[in-house]
Structures are given as C-alpha cells and as structure tokens.
Design a binder for this molecule. Sequence first.
Ligand code: AMP
Ligand code: MG
Length: 338
Amino acid sequence: MAERLKPLFAALLVLLASACDPPEKTLHESHYIFGTLVEIVIRNPDQTKAREAIVAVVELLRDQHREWHAWKPGGELYRINKAIADGSSIAVSDAMASMIEEAKRLSALSGGLFDPGIGAIVGAWGFHADEPPKGRKPPLDEIRALAARRPSISQITITDGVLSSSNRAVQLDFGAFAKGYGLDAGMAHLKTLGIKHAILNAGGDLNVIGEAYGRPWRVGIRHPVGWGVLGAVEAADGEAVYTSGNYERFLEVEGVRHSHILDPRDGMPVTHIASATVIHESGALADAAATALSVAGPEAWEEVAQAMGVERVLLVTEDGDILQSAGLGSSFALEPAD
Ligand code: AMP
Ligand code: MG
C-alpha cells in the first residue's frame, strides 16, 4: 500500500473496530511508529489511566523501533549487523538475545521460509529504504550470489550473552515479525498497567485484549488489491491478526511489481500469494507465519501452517482466489462490518 494511503486505511480499521461503541468511553490515538500508523484504542472507565497507558506504550514501541531497525544507525540491531559483516562477535542485551532466540525458533518451525537472517538480500532488492527505489533494476547477479551463500538466522549463536555468526552473509532483518513481537510486548505492558480492553493496530497488523461493549472487537482484514478491507474478523480476548501482503511494499520496474517478501531459498520475490492472514494468540507467531505462508504458496501453505501450529489462515492468491483453513470457521466474514 502506498505510504500516503496508510493513514486512511488505519482509520477505516478503527471504524470497523468501534462502529457501535459510545466514543466518549473509548480513547483512540495514532502515532507513526514502525514505518506505519500505529493506532491505539483503549476502553477503560478511568480516562486518565488510559491516557497514561497510551503514553507508556508509545514510548515502549518507539524504543523497539529504534533498537530493532535493520538499516538505520543508532540501534542494537544495526550494531549487531555491522559486527557480523566484520566477522566479529558482539555482546547483546538480554532482551535482544530473547528476541533472536524466538526468531530462530519460529524460523526453524517454518522450515526456513520465515528467515530473518536474509537482511542482506532484502537490502540488495532496495527494501532497506523508506520508499523502495522506483524503476531501479534489481542487481540480480548480486542477489543470486548472496542467496547462494544461504544466509540464515540458524547460523547465529549466542553464548553467555555474546553473539556470533558462522556465515558473514547473515544480516538480521526483523521486518517480518517485529510488529508481532513488539505488539505482544506492548499489550503485556498495557495489562500490567491495569488496562483490560484495547487494540494495538500497526497498519492492519494488530493485537487485541478484552472486548468492545459486550461483543468481541471486530477488525478489518486488508484487501490485497486497492486499500479497502477484504472482510472482517471477530478477534477474541488475547488474539492477534497479522497480514503479509505483496502489495504493501514492492519495487516496481518496467511495470512489474517485485514483492518485498522473499523466498530465502533463492532470494526471489513471492509471486503466487497476494496476501496471507493469520489469527493466533501470539502476535510474533502470527506475524512470522503470515510471512512464511506467503512464501510457501498455494501448494505448501497447509503443511507449513501445521508445522507452525497455526489453525486460522486466510490466503488470497495472485489470481484473487480465497483459500481458508478449516479452523477459520465462521470467524471471518467477507463483507465488511456494518
Ligand atoms: P511481513 O510484512 O511481515 O511479511 O514482512 C516482510 C518484511 O520482512 C520484508 O519487508 C523484509 O524486510 C522481511 N522479509 C522478506 N522476506 C522474508 C522472509 N522470507 N523471512 C523473513 N523476513 C523476510
Ligand atoms: Mg510477517
């Protein structure tokens, strides 16, 4: 989705989420974090407490964004990537070590289709920029050479707080699961502050707790074409809904759109799947799985979903076909909420 359309879209989602709520009791705020508009919706009787909680969670998410940024200097991930490229080891924080271990675990579950160790390939395509360079031909020889070195997060080890990589082609890029991991932490923080009903929505990727007034939060799922919604799901207390779409960021060269979701096996962009949505109790898992299922494609997605322990999946193929897992049941409705 073009950057300029994101605010419009996020507003649409919130409309869906709160269509019937008395607005005076629900606080809504938007902040630009993670390269997208993050919408925070809190329903709480004490409005002062809700406002304080918003300030706290915004600070937490901003810190995450800085520390986990793959290509902007100033954060821990940037320093780690520099050390790996130099062939050195580096001491890492406990928080970063936990995040990397979780990413490794999810990558292994996905059979390597979600692999945050392919940052160099993502960068070579031009996606390490706020706007991918329109019209610039991708350096395919460089991309193939990088992919042939098979960089993978599985080649990272952390011992006694010191990280090293057995492959210098590895560069960490958390773009495929940072929102999920980060919003999980954000939601956990809101709960410690006593908030019981909330949505954290990063441009259509979201976590919810509690409920709207007497019914589950109802949230929109992004349409892979255009900027409307494909339909709506009811998200129960503690659920997360994550969508990966090849429409979201892409490199357009001579009328061809190259998706920002890459197959780690050859470094090439995903072609068969327009979008993959996963609903799960863990945002980190839902986010990683949505990316992995996009890579798996129409043939292998069921197998990968099972391996990752994901039961509720909605895929839209490049041809516009909708594929749903049996576990999705009636929780998804094609028509937007009224
Ligand atoms: P998402 O929108 O969650 O699918 O994340 C896509 C982002 O993750 C891209 O912009 C890249 O930064 C990165 N990425 C692309 N392909 C993969 C992959 N197969 N595994 C892990 N990260 C990826
Ligand atoms: Mg993802």
